[in-house]
Design a protein around this ligand. Structure first.
Ligand code: G3I
Length: 372
């Protein structure tokens, strides 16, 4: 054998992935009888500046989520000013591509301007005044897209890791029923919309129990909640597929749908923190935390493919309860994980590489669909 002409394994894998992606069924078609296959999109995709990304979104996915376009700071930057330019383009993009359109997110303690919680003199608002602001925002935003956005992440990341409520300003000023109020206002603004509680690390049993208790409380009070969003920011080493299985089962048992809302698998060394997606985390740059600047080793590509396949087997097991599996970004270049918790890393958490080519993980997920 003339070894000098033998292609390196990575090139063979990439070529095989590319060839097979052209001839393989699309992700959305492989799972069309099970659940939506979604993707979070950013301003460049929404605005048509990323034609390659838009082609991938159109060909591979049948649901979209807005990475940032519908967050409070984006659409409601000042007390008397709404700015729907990007959000309008996002919804139009979804309608143009016949997508199941998700709204993310109405009430969160992040990416919300400080004025929301303060009066003109800079003093913290009281309960009634903040409830009035919350209602105005939800009525205006949800009302604007009534019948066009099918599902809303109404409240995002309200729980601590032990399942108790995070001490956000929403909680401190209004009280624990800020969650009920948010769902009630969203339902009144669009009674047909699917309303979701969304959080990360719900595979953690204590946090899962807290979310189960939260859903049961809303149900007992007659507050409309239709789904729980398990974000699915995974790592190569945690959580286990069994923990995922248990979390989905726990929420499905409540009679609500389950959505995997922000799926990615971080292959980079952890920065010493346990499983989290807390965006406030920041870690100093360190070459040891950024080992794959020149490309991902084949062995890690394969680990990533195997890991995605293991979780998609769990998702298929729960196909009756799952409404969607949404990836948090189109290609590796788009991922928030390139800058969190360490800025400027080269991360590889998604199905398509920086050239927009399918990775072995893409094939792995298609293979699981063929096992049905
Ligand atoms: O819009 C400003 C821009 O004007 C400025 O020049 C630039 C430079 O700092 O920042 C831009 O804002 C950035 C924003 O994304 C829009 O691009 C923020 O700095 C940046 O922190 C923000 O990151 C987002 C993160 O949420 C922050 O909360 C990520 O893109 C987004 O992927 C991430 O998504 C969250 C989900 O909403 C909730 N679950 C966790 C998930 C990952 O953190």
């Amino acid at each position: 054998m003339d070894y000098c002409h033998l292609l390196p394994l990575g090139a063979v894998l990439a070529a095989a992935a590319f060839v097979s992606a052209q001839s393989a069924p699309a992700l959305k078609d492989a799972y069309k009888s099970d659940f939506y296959i979604g993707v979070a999109i950013g301003d460049t995709q929404i605005g048509g500046e990323d034609q390659r990304g838009d082609a991938l979104i159109d060909s591979q996915f049948n649901s979209i989520s807005p990475e940032n376009a519908l967050k409070w700071e984006e659409v409601h930057p000042q007390p008397d000013k709404y700015d729907f330019r990007m959000a309008d383009q996002y919804v139009a993009f979804g309608e143009q591509h016949h997508m199941f359109i998700v709204g993310h997110t109405l009430i969160w303690e992040r990416q919300v301007p400080a004025w929301v919680f303060h009066d003109a003199k800079g003093n913290l608002l009281g309960r009634d005044a903040l409830l009035a602001r919350m209602r105005d925002h939800i009525d205006t935003v949800v009302g604007r897209y009534k019948g066009r956005i099918q599902s809303w992440d109404v409240v995002n990341e309200a729980l601590n890791e032990d399942g108790t409520l995070r001490p956000s300003l929403w909680f401190k000023i209004i009280g624990p029923d800020y969650i009920e109020k948010a769902f009630q206002y969203a339902h009144e603004a669009d009674p047909a919309a699917q309303l979701t509680y969304n959080d990360y690390n719900l595979e953690n049993p204590a946090k899962c129990k807290g979310a189960v208790a939260l859903v049961k409380k809303l149900q007992a009070e007659g507050i409309p909640i239709n789904a729980v969003g398990i974000q699915g920011h995974l790592r190569l080493d945690s959580p286990t597929p069994e923990q995922e299985d248990a979390a989905i089962s726990a929420f499905a048992a409540l009679g609500v749908k389950v959505a995997i809302t922000e799926l990615d698998i971080d292959v980079l060394p952890s920065a010493g923190y346990g499983p989290t997606a807390d965006v406030s985390l920041r870690v100093r740059q360190d070459p040891k935390l950024n080992p794959y600047v020149n490309g991902l080793p084949d062995s890690v590509q394969q680990q990533l493919a195997d890991r995605y396949a293991a979780f998609f087997r769990v998702f298929l097991k729960h196909r009756g309860a799952l409404s969607r599996v949404t990836f948090w970004g189109v290609t590796d270049a788009d991922s928030w994980l390139n800058d969190w918790p360490v800025k400027g890393r080269t991360s590889y958490p998604l199905l398509f590489d920086r050239s927009g080519q399918p990775k072995p993980a893409f094939q792995g997920i298609l293979r699981v669909a063929s096992e049905k």
